[in-house]
Design a protein around this ligand. Structure first.
Ligand code: HAM
Length: 422
């Protein structure tokens, strides 16, 4: 029986990989411009990091983590990372980055893993581009990460995305929010879904974010987190909104926006594709001033985002951002007769000179090699024939013009370099 890839994963083939590369190049260039350094953390982490960082009462921790036991005498529990913020916070702490001049600005691109029911735009292995700022509590830092995310989509030519913004408060105002929500939902909880009944006890704020129709209806009249903000959180939110206005970044205030991870404080935002249904978030983020402390460090404020790259690529497929098809080799070396040794050396010489060169490895006839070179879209074909070689020459075909000439072997590389403009 043929073995298939695991459900919810995908193979990225060369043509598709070129689109990924384009996306990644935009990310690297943009992050350089904004002053973020790249960070690469392990694909798996100690399970505790996510229990404490993301939160035990979240869907991610309760249902979606790929957790396994390590091997060896002191085997501990490990988890394939479901997100990047807790790992980056751990790395910040573990590597003493708090000793550097603050803030420290980091970005990452990489696979994340969540056990979820796969569908269009939702996978078990997916990729995120994330950016995080540690050590800045200024709302201007919140505005910067939002600007970075929005500029990224703009650079890709994606239009019509909406920024949804909310504030979920801090440990000071959260109990007030909680109390008001519990009071409101207590009277109506029988009509809510089972998940929300559990949330009422564990994390009532999350009821605001439930996707079930019945729960949507019930929460219409629910108290809004922004109405419960303490003075400091209220001022932070005001300032952030002013900065967004200054930067000409439009946003929708969304009092129902509560992110699915527990570490958020104050700012919470999502970037939405209007009308895209359940998987409508192409990115999300916010402030997490308690995270570093939660995982065992000192109190360090943080803010950041992560964007889903598969969802971004799906949007690019829908219109903007097409990538030209891959160009063929600049030179294809064809053998006629017993000239394989010369051809082998010639291909190596061409590549060493910086030309994109290729050849046949399947023993095709001369005619079939020419046809193959045409299919690959080769710009020039060098034909290494026995007779010509005796005279120290090879034939050179310009595939665009259809012309064929002869060139001395030792002049071949220079001649072709000039011809392709290298
Ligand atoms: P998140 O909202 O869980 O946030 O994920 C961010 C983005 O990753 C989503 O908006 C979506 O585009 C993509 N994504 C999530 N799950 C899947 C999936 N199963 N399949 C495909 N794409 C998916 C975080 O992960 C936070 N760490 C963001 C953050 C960074 N907050 C502060 N800093």
């Amino acid at each position: 029986m043929q073995i298939s890839r695991p459900r919810g994963t995908s193979d990225i083939l060369p043509e598709e990989a070129r689109r990924w590369r384009k996306l990644e190049n935009v990310i690297h260039e943009l992050c350089r411009l904004y002053g973020y350094g790249e960070i690469r953390t392990p694909i798996f982490e100690t399970t505790d990091l996510f229990l404490r960082g993301v939160g035990e009462a979240t869907d991610i921790v309760e249902k979606e983590m790929y957790t396994f036991k390590s091997k060896g005498k002191r085997a501990n529990s490990l988890t394939l990372r479901p997100e990047g913020t807790a790992p980056v916070a751990r790395a910040y702490l573990e590597n003493g980055l708090y000793a550097l001049p603050q803030p420290v600005k980091l970005y990452y691109i990489g696979p994340m893993f969540r056990y979820d029911r796969p569908q269009a735009g939702r996978y078990r292995q997916f990729h995120q581009f994330g950016a995080e700022i540690f050590g800045a509590d200024d709302p201007a830092a919140d505005a910067e990460v939002i600007a970075l995310a929005m500029t990224f989509f703009k650079k890709l030519g994606l239009k019509g995305l909406e920024l949804h913004l909310n504030s979920v408060g801090c440990p000071e105002c959260r109990p007030v929010m909680r109390e008001k929500l519990v009071e409101y939902f207590n009277l109506r909880i029988q009509e809510c879904c089972q998940d929300c009944r559990n949330r009422l006890v564990k994390n009532p704020l999350r009821i605001l974010d439930c996707k079930e129709d019945s729960c949507r209806e019930i929460r219409r009249g629910a108290p809004s987190p922004v109405d419960c903000l303490c003075t400091e959180c209220g001022a932070h939110f005001e300032h952030l909104r002013r900065y967004l206005d200054l930067l000409n970044i439009p946003y929708h205030l969304n009092p129902r926006l509560v992110r699915g991870l527990d570490y958020y404080t104050k700012t919470a935002f999502e970037i939405i594709i209007p009308g895209a249904g359940a998987q409508d978030a192409v990115g999300g983020g916010g402030r997490y001033d308690g995270l570093v402390q939660e995982i065992g460090g000192r109190s360090v404020p943080g803010v950041g985002f992560a964007l889903g790259l598969e969802r971004t690529l799906l949007l690019m497929l829908d219109g903007a951002g097409e990538v030209a098809t891959a160009p063929g080799p600049e030179v294809f070396v064809v053998t006629a007769g017993e000239t394989r040794d010369t051809a082998t050396r010639l291909v190596a010489d061409l590549r060493a000179a910086g030309l994109v060169a290729d050849r046949d490895y399947t023993g095709r006839s001369l005619k079939a090699q020419m046809k193959y070179a045409g299919k690959l879209g080769a710009r020039y074909v060098v034909i290494v024939g026995e007779d010509e070689l005796r005279g120290g020459r090879v034939a050179l075909k310009d595939m665009e013009a259809g012309r064929q000439t002869e060139v001395y072997l030792e002049e071949m590389v220079d001649f072709l370099r000039r011809a392709v403009g290298k």
